[in-house]
Write a protein that binds this ligand. Sequence first.
Ligand SMILES: *[C@@H]1O[C@H](CO)[C@@H](O)[C@H](O)[C@H]1NC(C)=O
Ligand SMILES: *[C@@H]1O[C@H](CO)[C@@H](O)[C@H](O)[C@H]1NC(C)=O
Ligand SMILES: *[C@@H]1O[C@H](CO)[C@@H](O)[C@H](O)[C@H]1NC(C)=O
Ligand SMILES: *[C@@H]1O[C@H](CO)[C@@H](O)[C@H](O)[C@H]1NC(C)=O
Ligand SMILES: *[C@@H]1O[C@H](CO)[C@@H](O)[C@H](O)[C@H]1NC(C)=O
Ligand SMILES: *[C@@H]1O[C@H](CO)[C@@H](O)[C@H](O)[C@H]1NC(C)=O
Ligand SMILES: *[C@@H]1O[C@H](CO)[C@@H](O)[C@H](O)[C@H]1NC(C)=O
Ligand SMILES: *[C@@H]1O[C@H](CO)[C@@H](O)[C@H](O)[C@H]1NC(C)=O
Ligand SMILES: *[C@@H]1O[C@H](CO)[C@@H](O)[C@H](O)[C@H]1NC(C)=O
Ligand SMILES: *[C@@H]1O[C@H](CO)[C@@H](O)[C@H](O)[C@H]1NC(C)=O
Ligand SMILES: *[C@@H]1O[C@H](CO)[C@@H](O)[C@H](O)[C@H]1NC(C)=O
Ligand SMILES: *[C@@H]1O[C@H](CO)[C@@H](O)[C@H](O)[C@H]1NC(C)=O
Length: 616
Amino acid sequence: MGVLHTFIFLNFLLLCCYIHQSHSTSPPRSSSLPGRYFKSLPSSLRQNESSEYTEITRPLPSDEFSPSCSLLILQHDFGNTFGSPPVTTNYSAPPDCPGPWSHVVLELRASCHGEQYDRIAGVWLDGIEILRTSTAEPTDSGIFWKVRKDVTRYSSLFSRSNLTLSVMLENIINDVFTGVYHVNISLLYYGPNKARVQSGVPDRLSNRKLGPSMEEETLGFRSKARQLMFISNEPGIRSRMEEPADLVIPISSNGDDGFWFRIQNESDVHSKLIQIPLNTYRAVLEIYVSFHGNDEFWYSNPPDSYIKQNNLTTGRGNGAFRQVFATIDDVLVGSQVVFPVIFTGGINPLFWEPVVAIGAFNLPSYDVDLTPFLGMLLDGKNHSFGLGVMDGISFWLVDANLHVWLDPKLSSVQAKSVIYRVPPFSVERDSEFEKLDGSFTVEAERKTHFSGWVNSTAGNFTTHVHHEFKLENSIKFKKNGMYKEVHQKIKTKTDVWLESDENGLRTRAVFKRKYPLRIITQTMPGIDDNTYLLVTNVSNALREKFSMADFWTSTSNTQRSGGWMLVQDHSVLSGGAETQQTLRYKDDFSCYSRTVTGSNGSLLEDNTTIGCALLS
Ligand SMILES: *[C@@H]1O[C@H](CO)[C@@H](O)[C@H](O)[C@H]1NC(C)=O
Ligand SMILES: *[C@@H]1O[C@H](CO)[C@@H](O)[C@H](O)[C@H]1NC(C)=O
Ligand SMILES: *[C@@H]1O[C@H](CO)[C@@H](O)[C@H](O)[C@H]1NC(C)=O
Ligand SMILES: *[C@@H]1O[C@H](CO)[C@@H](O)[C@H](O)[C@H]1NC(C)=O
Ligand SMILES: *[C@@H]1O[C@H](CO)[C@@H](O)[C@H](O)[C@H]1NC(C)=O
Ligand SMILES: *[C@@H]1O[C@H](CO)[C@@H](O)[C@H](O)[C@H]1NC(C)=O
Ligand SMILES: *[C@@H]1O[C@H](CO)[C@@H](O)[C@H](O)[C@H]1NC(C)=O
Ligand SMILES: *[C@@H]1O[C@H](CO)[C@@H](O)[C@H](O)[C@H]1NC(C)=O
Ligand SMILES: *[C@@H]1O[C@H](CO)[C@@H](O)[C@H](O)[C@H]1NC(C)=O
Ligand SMILES: *[C@@H]1O[C@H](CO)[C@@H](O)[C@H](O)[C@H]1NC(C)=O
Ligand SMILES: *[C@@H]1O[C@H](CO)[C@@H](O)[C@H](O)[C@H]1NC(C)=O
Ligand SMILES: *[C@@H]1O[C@H](CO)[C@@H](O)[C@H](O)[C@H]1NC(C)=O
């Protein structure tokens, strides 16, 4: 509760500071801009009908089939929920279509009208997070949207009964913020014998080897060695190549204010004691992350020296490097530099209507393969699993799920951790500034290598996990702090290979991601003393490449936005904006591409191409 109160207090503090500032004639410096806005555009500028918002994603692998059954598991209106515990309901597996399922899809539908900030939300089943999402900012005439996520990897959970489903969506309703979020959550279950959708079958069916042959192919992939692998965040790949874990164990808090841990600073590491079954032959930690408050735009935070020497009041400092890390018994076992998801009130809210930023409705989670550490975990004792944020400031919402695969033929397996290589962290920071103008750079990289063997029914396999990342961040302030330019490049590579003791069989999976980001913001005086004009460009991309033996996928999701807005305090009075997005996906037998352009609240272009021949 203390934390919640501090948070609410900080919010009002920010608000009051800007109200004070609005009496001065000069607009705020780039470093002191709120970053988070809500829209109060007059309705005459808008469409009068409720409009649909969307995050551009690839169709789910199950979309060609009709579900065997679906279950509406929650229907709730999130009004003034701030400081309240999550909303809960009981979950039991659908009696009319019991598992195993080939796919399970979570569908969240939401609607809202009025004025409201974007809000963060989480969905947990038995304390296990299955979706991290954020809301779109509403308009007077109303908006609605739908989030669909492949949640097949949690199948072991969905087949249980009498579980508590919890949803946290902290919203504030008062005279200014009137938007109530109406939310429905359903689960769609696809039987093992998938029935094709009769109408609206996408054309790509004819281009692809699907149907029964896909089943066969899927099975064909599951050689013993491959079954042991698990490395991907891409739901498509996962559902096609992976058996869901036998058990999912939450690394989360007790749930009174959501099951996520609220991380306030670097030393604020949260942990949970976990005992894993002795017959575990594989373990993967899935980390859910979102960043808020002074770290919502961590990639654009200057060092504290800049803030201090210029007597700025902003708390958005501590430089522009963050890394989420996981520990077991206080030993580092994995880390991830995370993708910068921009929420719908971020930078310029007009960019994100009706197409929201990459990941805003379905934040990516990050997998860390812990199989090399089974040697230290399989001792029948409790171990402390910790989560923290290097260089983090208030606040981050982080929790994790430990996916474990069990050997059904054994009550215990043997394992040993063999290699633990964590070189010193390399980070270089440069800082040059005079008054409000200057330039700051951060370069960080690290390569880790963990390995260990597990001797189970499948044989004696050694798992090597190599992970490396590189981050380059540059922030420039010009024109007396009224112009700000942020460039960031993040590259990560996870390379997992399996070696069999017997025949040296090697299976290798490589997963690479790149997150290039550029933001340019110019602040200018508005027409009235208490308004200012912001002209902004953002380009953000998420590129992923996955390969394993002869199977590969490549995804490139790029957004470019430009526009302006007239702002008073946190409120957007008018503006014009355009966002162009291109999503391209390819794998060894299919291609998908979609290009959209959103402008001033409507979709100007939406062009989908299916089939590889039509693409380059
Ligand atoms: C919305 O309706 C109002 C009043 O009916 C009208 O004045 C306005 O032009 C309409 N706006 C749009 C964008 O159609
Ligand atoms: C869930 O089930 C328990 C008993 O099984 C019951 O006491 C409780 O009221 C139920 N909760 C909801 C939200 O339906
Ligand atoms: C939720 O479901 C109810 C009942 O089917 C429906 O009336 C309502 O419109 C739905 N709400 C949303 C946001 O989809
Ligand atoms: C779920 O709870 C109800 C009521 O407590 C009980 O009757 C039922 O047997 C339970 N189901 C399972 C699968 O445990
Ligand atoms: C970090 O956050 C924790 C939890 O809020 C707090 O108790 C601690 O004092 C903070 N440490 C520092 C160095 O700020
Ligand atoms: C910051 O405040 C100190 C003390 O009030 C003052 O000496 C200094 O000139 C100020 N610096 C700037 C850049 O305004
Ligand atoms: C592990 O910790 C839990 C509490 O977190 C406790 O209930 C349990 O008894 C412990 N088990 C062992 C084997 O120490
Ligand atoms: C473990 O390895 C040994 C020697 O390689 C083998 O004989 C034994 O069957 C294996 N144990 C299990 C549980 O698979
Ligand atoms: C499993 O393989 C590793 C590496 O070849 C070897 O060092 C270890 O002794 C083997 N374990 C068993 C139980 O055979
Ligand atoms: C910024 O966005 C605008 C569109 O609003 C575009 O015309 C302009 O070229 C962009 N500038 C840069 C530097 O990308
Ligand atoms: C969007 O609105 C701005 C400002 O009103 C205008 O300059 C721009 O032409 C509009 N764009 C489109 C595509 O209508
Ligand atoms: C859609 O994309 C295809 C391929 O890039 C192109 O040939 C076609 O003209 C586009 N259609 C529209 C309506 O933009």
